[in-house]
Design a protein around this ligand. Structure first.
Ligand code: FAD
Length: 250
């Protein structure tokens, strides 16, 4: 039994997974309020593009540079994203840097198979487009870290901040990131335990316990990502025209 007639949904994480979920739920007819809670500055996250404050032409992808669709038929969300101008087909080339520093044209990475698209103006446009499809009544709470969760008397969830103050509540909760359930929060944030673990134990819900244990078991180790800007005039690497004769890569 929910607190309200129309159940509400809170999604933790407003990046590709969280935004796609919100868009999909609307498409499936979810009528209730949807709120997204994101510790980062805005939607996009590891699939976003950083812009330089000093030079409008300088853009660096923070994570995934392309969206690759290999399923057939393509997901229903693809056409409205294209029609809305949020994404566009990728017409440029692909190249890989091998361990010896050689730039190799083409890609053997299975993630680049299928039809390739890119956010128009930056990869985070994909998430902005998904949020647009989810509707104007979606509440986005950026720069908002959910530190803890508490079950409510009505079977819903309260979202709490670092001071255990209530940020919001919802009947249904989806975690699109694993922070609240993965032991890396101990080393990353100094938390004594992933917050969902004790809850899963006390709620006595075997499905939740299994999901929490499965997420906690995901191997995780820190990685450094080098965002490298290659000047177009660099003589030690081939120019775009040499790499992709006849095409104009971005
Ligand atoms: C350098 C780099 C290159 C990459 N290249 C590729 C590539 O070529 N191809 C590819 O497919 N993928 C690539 N990736 C990976 C890809 O970007 C990610 O897998 C994808 O963006 C993950 O999306 P997601 O929504 O599942 O998760 P995330 O982007 O991790 O989103 C989860 C979000 O939840 C938020 N969150 C979690 N817990 C809380 C909380 N308690 N309170 C508030 N917010 C919370 C986090 O802040 C995060 O923003 C790359 C990643 C990096 C870093």
């Amino acid at each position: 039994m929910f607190a309200t007639a129309v159940p509400s949904l809170a999604v933790i994480g407003a990046r590709v997974a969280g935004c796609a979920l919100a868009a999909r739920m609307r498409r499936l007819g979810w009528q209730g309020p949807i709120s997204l809670w994101e510790s980062g500055r805005g939607p996009g996250g590891r699939a976003s593009t950083r812009r330089s404050r000093h030079d409008a032409h300088v853009r660096l992808d923070h994570g995934a540079p392309l969206l690759s669709i290999s399923s057939s038929p393509a997901p229903a969300v693809l056409a409205p994203l294209l029609d809305g101008g949020w994404i566009e087909p990728w017409g440029g080339g692909l190249a890989q840097l091998d361990a010896g520093g050689q730039l190799i044209t083409g890609s053997t990475d299975p993630l680049t198979h299928g039809d390739l698209y890119r956010g128009r103006g930056g990869m985070d446009q994909l998430c902005h487009g998904l949020l647009e499809l989810a509707g104007s009544d979606v509440e986005l709470h950026s720069q908002c870290l959910v530190r803890d969760l508490a079950p409510t008397a009505h079977g819903g969830w309260e979202l709490l901040d670092q001071q255990q103050q209530r940020l919001g509540a919802a009947d249904w909760l989806v975690l699109s990131g694993s922070l609240l359930v993965h032991p890396r929060c101990r080393t990353m944030l100094g938390w004594p335990e992933p917050p969902l673990q004790p809850l899963a134990r006390t709620l006595g819900d075997p499905q939740l316990e299994r999901a929490a244990a499965g997420s906690a078991a995901i191997d995780s180790s820190p990685r450094c990502a080098l965002l490298l800007l290659i000047p177009p005039a660099a003589s030690w690497w081939p120019t775009p025209a040499q790499l992709w004769p006849g095409s104009i890569p971005m």
